[in-house]
Unconditional design. Structure first.
Length: 84
């Protein structure tokens, strides 16, 4: 049982993000994608290994992947959000 919720996590580049932060990345089609850091509502298996992420941990874009799997992700500024 977790007493404390996960409050922050790191992107692949080492930037610390929290729930609700806007993050952007460029997908395999070359499109800019912007999304929020969210909290998992239920335990989810990791698509690569099958191990489970616990309920309440933070994720970005797809809850079946780890945040560090998005290697070019960065915090989105207001300018970046308006241009997408």
């Amino acid at each position: 049982m977790n007493i404390f919720k996960q409050r922050k996590t790191k992107l692949f580049n080492g930037t610390i993000v929290r729930e609700g932060n806007l993050v952007r990345f460029i997908n395999s089609d070359g499109m800019k994608c912007v999304g929020k850091i969210e909290r998992r509502k239920f335990a989810t298996p990791y698509n690569e290994t099958g191990e489970y992420f616990r309920k309440g941990t933070l994720f970005f874009w797809n809850n079946g992947f780890d945040i560090t799997d998005y290697r070019n992700a960065e915090i989105a500024t207001d300018e970046a959000v308006l241009s997408t």
